[in-house]
Every structure is written in C-alpha cells, then in structure tokens.
Write a protein that binds this ligand. Sequence first.
Ligand SMILES: [Zn+2]
Length: 275
Amino acid sequence: MKVFISSDIEGTAGIVDWEQVRGPGTEYELGRQLLTDEVNAAIDGAVESGASHILVNDAHRTMYNLRPGDLHHHASYLSGRHKPLYMMEGLDATFDAVFMVAYHGAIGAERAILSHTSNPAAIWEARLNGVAVGESALNALVALEHRVPVVLITGDDATAEEARPFMPEIEAVVVKRSITRFAAESLHPGRACELIRAGAARALAGAGAAPPPAIDLPATLEVTFLTADMAEMATRVRGVQRTAPRTVATTDDDPLRLYRTFVTIVALTRSVVER
Ligand SMILES: [Zn+2]
C-alpha cells in the first residue's frame, strides 16, 4: 500500500504563532521539530496498517521544513520550491490513501489558529460549489482526479470541521482547540503523536472502502480577494471571470485543471500584494 502525506505546519500541537512556522529562529526550529514528530507518528501508524511506500510532500512556505535525516526511514521526502501541483505534488493514481498532516483552518473560520487560505495577504475567502473552504478541500481536487481517498487530517477543531463537507468519512485527529487566531489549547506533543499514530493506522485500515472526495463536477471555484486589483489579475487566467469587484469564479469538469487554475491564481496575485 502506498500513502501520500501532504504536510503543512500550522496545525501542529503547541504551535500558535507565525514565528514558530517561519524561519530563521529558535522558535521555528522548535516548530519544525514538533512537526517532524507528528509526521513520523502518521508514518508509524501507516506502517502499522501495512503501508509499504510513503511519500511526504512538504507543503508549507519554503517547502523544506522537515529535516530529511529526522524523517522516518520508511518515507521518501519531496521538498522544495515551484512544484507544479504545490501542496499535492507527487500524488498519482498508484497511491491508496492521502493523509493531510498539521493542516489549519480557512481565513474565514470563526476560531482557527493561524487561519489562512494559501496566501493570507491576498485571499479573503475561497468557495467550492458555494461552500467556504480551506486548503483541505482545494487540495482534495487532486485526490479526486486520481480517485484516491483522503482518509486522515490532523490539526485544530476548525480544520476537522472544514474537511467534513467534502470528505465526510475522514478520520480527523484534533490536536488543539483554537481560542483565537493566535491562541489555542494544545495536547501535549507526545499525546498528540499517540493520537495521530492511532488515527493514521485506523484511517489506512479503512482506506480500501473509503470513497474519493465528494466534490460534484463540474465544480465551481470562487475566490474573493483583499483588493480589486487582485481579482483583475486573476481574470488573466483562461476561464476565470469577475463576478464582483473583489471576486472571481471559474467552473470546470476537470478537477486537476481546476486545481491548477487555483494554483496559478495564487501565484499570479502574489505580484500585487503590498509589502
Ligand atoms: Zn502552512
């Protein structure tokens, strides 16, 4: 069995601040260690349930947050910049299951630690088929393309909630309870890892019967930006229409093409972010 792990970082137990997820600095070094432990716990659980190959795609910021030598020796490590499929690079139809580890809530969530959707300086809200979504549902488009079920997500309570509309049977391991965008009550890291390991083992054991993400096609993606200029920029991508001063929409029957449109929009609008 092959398992694909997309690892972010904001959903790691104990992490509550940007300083812990952005280097350089001692807080970041702590953050990446906590993340590595959680990713390894997910791999342990997968191996327990029979995984023979595990690919970890580092999906946060620089996309080289894990220390290769500290990663579980059963896993290969896909890291670095400019990956065409971004947080889902490396997934194909040969995989049996997707895990999303240390994910976080969407920018519009009421209480979600370090909430954002891809780029907090550009995206105010993303909606898929009319439902406000975070990165989990957007990334699930790639899993849908390859008909691979997303069976595990870890993070705070908001992350778990957001995943359910499109992945109703997902195993969600909640390692912290968000109070505000910068405060949360976390489990002890050791306890979080125990729960992730058990959750991963359960999730993979049930993967054979799990359906791919429940996203109706053709799917409509709407993105509302912080500024109108960003929406204008996004319409330069083929198939993307302006529906309001700060909102664009696109509809596609091909989930991979829709995901690529989203990734292109995110990349393009970075050029009009004010610094
Ligand atoms: Zn991140």
